[in-house]
Design a protein around this ligand. Sequence first.
Ligand code: S3P
Length: 190
Amino acid sequence: MASTLNPLRRPALRPERPVVLVGLMGAGKTTVGRRLAQRMKVPFFDADQEIEKAANMGVADIFEIYGEAEFREGERKVIERLLSGPPHVLATGGGAFMNEQTRALVKAGSTSIWLRASLDLLVKRTAMRDTRPLLRRGDPREILARLLKEREPVYAQADLTVDSVEGPHTRTTERVVQALAARAEEGHVV
Ligand code: S3P
């Protein structure tokens, strides 16, 4: 019988290398990442949370006290450490993939996925939580529109692009699983 990409009819996809989610704030990286990890039976990490643990303070405080450059350095170190471990799903902060060194690490050591979302969806989702320092600097829609324009060409360098859709995160998670299964079918190490 011809092979099918229907994940329900396939054995669970167990990644051989880390799966890294990139994309803007509000794209659903953490929620989708957690579900994806459960689904693939591997651990889940959130880079922002790991940085917060290491610094013993929140991201907004790190930005305020040490500045963004220092945050990016900590972010790179945390991501480097995690990627050197066994397969897992890693949700990165929205700016991580914009850093050349961090991007090189992610590209070399994982299957990277850009969770792409519309501006309307990003605005709606980020409005639920006001802990993001970059969005406190002005009108969130304007900031997100600018970041989207600046960052899209870089996010597009990820191995896969999956649209983050409105509604339950399980729908987007399903799309990610299918995209990974299709990549494996094409003969890539996933
Ligand atoms: C940032 C995104 C945030 C966090 C920090 C900076 C960015 O992570 O790392 O506020 O530069 O886009 P999320 O994308 O998880 O919100």
